[in-house]
Design a protein around this ligand. Structure first.
Ligand SMILES: Cc1cc2nc3c(=O)[nH]c(=O)nc-3n(C[C@H](O)[C@H](O)[C@H](O)COP(=O)(O)O)c2cc1C
Length: 339
């Protein structure tokens, strides 16, 4: 029986699983594989050096899947910000119907996309930010708990609290992001009120993820304790795979008298991180991963992974029915009288 949630209905997908934007990972080969498997694949706009390159990548993705896919636009503070409007305009021109936004001051980009009929899935790590995004008119929120890979925010609230807060206080449908790898996780997210899940790290560890196999193997061998939080001193806390470079970053961050970002900048350089995915040396630079690495034990195809999540979630939801007795309608009262 296919899923029937606000996410599957509105996005036209079979399984309520989204592959979140991933810098240097979210290319057409991965996004199309996720969409072909029944989830929502997402291209990462800034992985493309120019807006015109994004246009080519969108066309490539479209040639690889007949199913819906989206584009992630991440707005990060930068001295030389990319031309976000140009990337958004390419999405509109190419007929992209779903954009995942993330990061700071997304208002103008969201407005432009909304004016052109694009569905917005906005990712945030606090209820306060989610409420601001609701005012901007976003269609879905993607609630990213403290477990997640990458920018975790500064309030350190894990998904057990964050998702229920979202259910209690948001009037816009939301999906759960951070810490998901299997169908039991999807079933739990649905029980907490989410319309689906978003996964990053789990999709990095699939056959189609365009990164070196050694990195996938490093994830398979890792435990949930093998991530590191860095850059808290600069209020830009980021969860990364723990390695020799994150150890160095932590040393500088703790030990530095002046606390100038320039002291860690060469260590956290995106260029070195990108190289890790190409040369397969997990200690060459910093790279993003979530605590969910402790739940990842194989490197399946996206088809196998999404199919497995679908089956496991269905089974988990059905098994829950055996947790109460159909023959005892007054169970609640019986229990109350025992107390
Ligand atoms: C390698 C990698 C790169 C990422 N890059 C981005 C990015 O550029 N923009 C963004 O919004 N999120 C990015 N993320 C976060 C994911 O979209 C997603 O929110 C997160 O991975 C969810 O947590 P999980 O890894 O536990 O599933 C990245 C995640 C990973 C693993």
């Amino acid at each position: 029986m296919p899923f029937n949630t606000e996410l599957t209905r509105r996005l036209g997908i079979r399984v309520p699983v989204v592959q979140g934007g991933m810098q240097w990972v979210g290319y057409a080969v991965l996004a199309s594989a996720v969409s072909n498997a029944g989830g929502l694949g997402i291209l990462t706009a800034l992985t493309q050096p120019t807006p015109e390159d994004l246009r080519s990548e969108i066309r490539k993705c479209r040639s690889l899947t007949p199913n819906p896919f989206g584009v992630n636009i991440t707005l990060l503070p930068s001295l030389n910000p990319p031309d976000y409007t140009a990337y958004a305009n390419i999405c509109i021109e190419e007929g992209i119907k779903i954009v995942e936004t993330a990061g700071n001051s997304p208002g103008p980009v969201i407005q432009l996309l909304k004016d052109n009929g694009v569905t917005i899935l906005h990712k945030c790590t606090t209820i306060r930010h989610a409420q601001s995004a609701v005012k901007l008119g976003v269609d879905f929120l993607s609630i990213d708990g403290f477990e997640c890979a990458g920018h975790v925010g500064e309030s350190d609230i894990t998904n057990f609290i964050l998702l229920s807060r979202a259910r209690q206080s948001l009037k816009v449908p939301f999906i759960a992001s951070g810490g998901f790898a299997d169908g039991q996780g999807l079933a739990a997210a649905l029980a907490l009120g989410a319309e689906g899940i978003n996964m990053g790290t789990r999709f990095m560890c699939t056959i189609e993820a365009p990164i070196h196999h050694n990195i996938k193997q490093a994830i398979v061998e890792a435990q949930e304790t093998d991530t590191e939080l860095v850059l808290r001193r600069w209020r830009n806390t980021t969860r990364l795979f723990k390695n020799k470079v994150t150890d160095e970053v932590r040393e500088v961050e703790k030990g530095s008298q002046e606390g100038k970002f320039e002291e860690v900048a060469p260590l956290v350089s995106g260029k070195r991180g990108r190289e890790v995915f190409v040369n397969g040396d997990k200690d060459f630079g910093v790279w993003t991963a979530g605590q969910v690495i402790g739940l990842i034990h194989d490197v399946p195809t996206c088809e196998e992974l999404v199919g497995r999540i679908e089956r496991e979630a269905m089974e988990a939801l059905q098994n829950m029915r055996s947790l109460w007795r159909e023959d005892s309608p007054s169970k609640g009262m019986a229990r109350a009288s025992k107390l």
